[in-house]
Design a protein around this ligand. Structure first.
Ligand SMILES: [Zn+2]
Ligand SMILES: [Zn+2]
Length: 356
């Protein structure tokens, strides 16, 4: 989710940006933001980090970021947590049943996850790409998804759906099944929420940070050329991503990506923590890949990740997300589309040419 608190007040994006053009900051204007010669759109403000690690500290900004709308809690993390609660109370086979592997409860979990994936990825696709309720307003790349021979069946959407469902949903479910079985057999530390309510809530709030930390490092690792060429290239075929691109990964990448859950093998957690972590990992990519800057739908629904779009565009920048300043720390942060971005070979062309 975007948060522009740190320097949204018109601080210029980094060096590559020309200062010859004044940004149109009137959101009601059809010319809001910038469009370059290729028709690529970018917002009139740079990508910015959440105000968590600023010096001197800004406690009021942190509070605002945490509690305001849109912010850390509202709406998306609360929606994902609500999904987890509904899952746990209404759609999760009882732990007693999970003590032994059985096709019945395992297929129930697989089906449930498939429904969730279609609700989120399919939902964004339906609204933004099938019905096109937003048109191309705030769409980073003016093109719609393409027919191209780099994709299965020459079709980006079908290719993305295939990898998300066949590999993504299967490996996601396999991790959850393993953990439910481990909880049922008391093989891993179990946290009781009535005896440790504060720890329960604290750990829940930390999970999105842990996810981002884990994602940054595994993402750097799969950009190592041998892994990139054999595994991560598949996700990067989506230079112009859509909602289904988020979980379109090679099975080995899914295995690495969902290893974020292994922390529950060590850190005492309730199954709700594990489910929240798993669903956050599986469902948030739809919102960060749909290719639009939020808020969408008459400026009402906050969503989108320009930060991650830039990674798909440039490959060698923005490996993490915009809460923990890891890219900034390690020199891989790009805060916006350069003014002179007329060619997709501006940055990262060496790796990109491996991808397609
Ligand atoms: Zn991506
Ligand atoms: Zn990547």
């Amino acid at each position: 989710m975007n948060d522009r608190t740190e320097n949204e007040k018109g601080a210029p994006p980094n060096a590559e940006h020309s200062s010859t053009e004044n940004p149109n900051t009137d959101r009601h204007s059809p010319e809001y933001g910038f469009r370059n010669k290729k028709g690529e759109w970018r917002p009139p403000y740079p990508c910015a980090y959440a105000p968590l690690f600023t010096w001197p500290p800004k406690p009021l900004s942190v509070l605002k970021w945490g509690l305001s709308f849109p912010g850390f809690l509202w709406p998306w993390n609360s929606i994902y947590f609500l999904i987890t609660l509904l899952t746990w109370f209404y759609f999760q086979p009882s732990l007693e049943r999970c003590a032994e592997f059985h096709i019945g409860w395992i297929s129930q979990m697989f089906l449930r996850n498939m429904v969730l994936l279609w609700l989120l990825s399919g939902g964004w696709h339906l609204l933004l790409y099938t019905w096109r309720l937003q048109g191309t307003k705030y769409k980073y790349d003016p093109k719609w998804q393409i027919k191209n021979k780099v994709f299965l069946w020459n079709n980006q959407v079908w290719d993305n759906i295939f990898w998300s469902c066949a590999s993504g949903c299967t490996i996601w479910t396999a991790y959850e099944v393993l953990f439910m079985w481990a909880y049922a057999n008391q093989l891993i530390p179990y946290l009781d929420w009535s005896t440790h309510p504060v720890y329960f809530i604290l750990w829940l709030c930390l999970i999105p940070f842990w996810r981002e930390f884990h994602f940054y490092w595994i993402h750097r690792a799969i950009h190592w050329k041998p892994l990139y060429r054999t595994v991560h290239y598949l996700h990067h075929k989506n230079v112009n991503p859509g909602p289904w691109s988020g979980m379109a990964m090679h099975p080995v990448e899914h295995l690495i990506y969902f290893s974020v859950l292994l922390i529950h093998w060590i850190v005492p957690s309730h199954p709700i923590h594990m489910l929240f972590n798993a669903q956050h990992t599986a469902l948030t990519p739809a919102g960060s890949h749909h290719g639009f800057e939020g808020p969408v739908f008459n400026d009402k629904v906050p969503t989108g990740s320009y930060f991650h779009y830039l990674h798909h565009r440039y490959f060698k920048t923005n490996f993490g997300e915009n809460t923990l300043p890891l890219d900034k720390l390690f020199g891989t942060f790009l805060d916006g589309l350069p003014e002179n971005a007329n060619s997709q070979e501006d940055l990262g062309n060496e790796i990109r040419s491996d991808a397609i």
